[in-house]
Design a protein around this ligand. Structure first.
Ligand SMILES: NC(=O)c1ccc[n+]([C@@H]2O[C@H](COP(=O)([O-])OP(=O)(O)OC[C@H]3O[C@@H](n4cnc5c(N)ncnc54)[C@H](OP(=O)(O)O)[C@@H]3O)[C@@H](O)[C@H]2O)c1
Length: 324
């Protein structure tokens, strides 16, 4: 079968390490299920793996792709819960298992015609979602759901700032927070993505660093160094910044004075539990919100998709579709 495989790591030229190659169709052992992939989607995580950030080189070569939707050998339409972990080892929360891994870190991922996953990773695909839509959700949308509802604990009427509206996690956070009745402010570097944020449900949009009309209860932060100081400045006393990524850099100034004087809460967040992923799907069902798809490409054009993503030339998710 055809697959997109990370064969090496290169910080300066990550896409040179992603090879399209013919590999054997995986078998599913006991307790595992094989899925014919119908759609997967690109995440920054794949690029970090190719750059050599957060991925053990001993686990190469490996098929990339953390997001999958498809059909099991016995005909069930599913999406894949992407965390390979043991909830018991994380005190009931698989994202806190010290040995957890994301699909494509320790087992082959979804940029292929087939993949095999532990049975517990299967989630029934809601019939109202296409395979392409379902493949946008497990990584970015579940992460956004946990940031908002488990970490920041937002409720209707809360004020939320989402930094970097064009991103996969950020755009999901805007849509989910608005669906929950929050007042959402969003920033983005480009006008078209600010318009996109309004379409997703933001009340007002701003250039990065702009003064907001009021201080907010929570900030959803995946941009990192470029927006961190602004995120802290925008919080009300006692407010929370939830951080799940740092695309523009990992080491902003800590501003400890502001943190303790304003009693700010800084909450790290990674992935989501299976239960949170299912709750996110339920929220999509009742609210009718859907992920925006920037483009759908065949597996043979995956490099083109990643180039657009790295250049920030996207509005919404890039989906890889494999015809049924
Ligand atoms: N912890 C987790 O479980 C988890 C899960 C998913 C993703 N992540 C991480 O979260 C980050 C975002 O992931 P994603 O998949 O949403 O990526 P993405 O779709 O490629 O989005 C990139 C984001 O970064 C912003 N950005 C990039 N460079 C910037 C700069 N110099 N100044 C200001 N903004 C900049 C963009 O904002 P605009 O273009 O709108 O300005 C956009 O929001 C990544 O670092 C990823 O690894 C973590």
């Amino acid at each position: 079968m055809l697959a997109a495989v990370a064969t090496a790591q290169n910080a300066a030229d990550p896409l040179s390490c992603l090879k399209l190659m013919d590999v054997p169709i995986p078998a599913a052992g006991s307790g595992w299920t094989r899925i014919r992939v119908r759609a997967s989607s690109l995440n920054m995580h794949d690029v970090w793996t190719l750059r050599g950030v957060g991925h053990n080189p001993e686990n190469l070569p490996i098929i990339l792709g953390g997001d999958a939707a498809g059909i099991t050998d016995d005909g069930r339409e599913v999406l894949v819960y992407p965390i390979i972990g043991d909830a018991a080892a994380g005190r009931g929360d698989e994202t806190l298992d010290p040995n957890r891994a994301l699909l494509s870190e320790t087992i082959d991922g979804a940029f292929a015609e087939y993949l095999a996953v532990p049975d517990r990773c299967l989630i029934t695909k809601p019939s109202s979602l296409s395979f392409e839509e379902a493949a946008c959700l497990p990584v970015a949308w579940s992460t956004a759901y946990r940031m908002l509802f488990t970490q920041a604990r937002i409720s209707a009427g809360d004020r939320v700032l989402v930094q970097g509206a064009g991103g996969g996690v950020a755009s999901a956070a805007i849509a989910l927070a608005a669906a929950a009745g929050a007042i959402v402010y969003a920033t983005s570097r480009t006008e078209s993505k600010r318009v996109y944020a309004l379409e997703l449900g933001a009340q007002e949009v701003f250039e990065p660093g702009a003064r907001l009309p009021e201080r907010v209860d929570a900030v959803i932060e995946t941009v990192g160094e470029a927006t961190w100081a602004h995120s802290l400045r925008c919080l009300r006393p006692g407010g929370a910044v939830v951080v799940a990524g740092a695309t523009s850099g990992m080491n902003p100034e800590a501003e400890l004075g502001r943190v303790f004087y304003q009693q700010l809460r800084i909450l790290g967040s990674t992935g989501a539990t299976k239960q949170e992923t299912e709750a996110m799907l339920a929220l999509l069902e009742v609210s009718g919100i859907r992920p925006r798809i920037d483009r759908v490409l065949p597996l043979t054009r995956i490099h083109e998709g990643f180039r657009a993503m790295i250049n920030g030339d996207t509005t919404g998710k890039i989906v890889i579709a494999i015809p049924g």
